[in-house]
Design a protein around this ligand. Structure first.
Ligand code: FE
Length: 195
């Protein structure tokens, strides 16, 4: 599979560029450079972390986020390619959700940026479906038998995003401080957020 080859990031970028160029009817090199720059510096897991921190501190926002993810993240200005049809799943003490794209690498770009190489790796894509608990354990996420594990397959129709469980002992933290705790991997569901 081409997933393991170092050229994959280039392929992903090219796909992103094509979407934008087609959408806007533009095709000059400067636009291309600008778009790459945006995904390198302005769009990444820090966006998703803001969504999570807001949901942790604003119950009404959390409700909107879980009922219509696309609209709720757009409230914070996060939209664009691969930001359509976002479905948010909440991880709790009794239910752990994890996301994969078994076909390719569908991923909520406006919230997490471009996917990491492990997400595109064929081993992750096949194993997390067959043996999710074993894969999660390799990430250091040990889940007891009382925790239900659910694997969700992202596609062009639905792009899943995980609302991780808020860690204990973070009651006094501000929304901004909370956002600082949230990691990309927790928003894909392979890890939890540590306090
Ligand atoms: Fe995909």
């Amino acid at each position: 599979m081409s997933d393991m080859q170092p050229g994959i990031d280039l392929a992903t970028r090219t796909e992103a560029l094509e979407s934008l160029l087609v959408e806007r009817g533009l095709a000059d090199a400067k636009t291309v450079e600008t778009f790459i720059g945006i995904y390198e510096t302005q769009v990444g897991p820090m966006n998703g972390a803001k969504v999570v921190a807001k949901a942790w501190t604003d119950p009404e926002y959390k409700e909107r986020l879980l009922s219509d993810g696309t609209a709720a993240v757009a409230e914070l200005g996060f939209k664009g390619p691969q930001g359509e049809h976002i479905v948010v799943l909440e991880n709790t003490a009794t239910e752990h959700n994890v996301v994969v794209c078994t076909l390719c690498s569908c991923y909520p770009w406006p919230l997490l940026g471009l996917p990491p190489s492990w997400y595109k790796d064929s081993a992750y894509r096949s194993r997390v479906v067959k043996e999710p608990r074993a894969v999660l354990a390799e990430w250091g996420t040990e889940l007891g038998p009382d925790v239900a594990v659910k694997v969700h397959d992202s596609s062009s129709e639905v792009r899943y995003f995980i609302l991780p469980e808020r860690p204990a002992g973070t009651e006094s933290l501000s929304e901004e401080e909370l956002a600082g705790l949230v990691t990309r991997d927790a928003m894909v569901g392979v890890t939890k957020v540590a306090s």
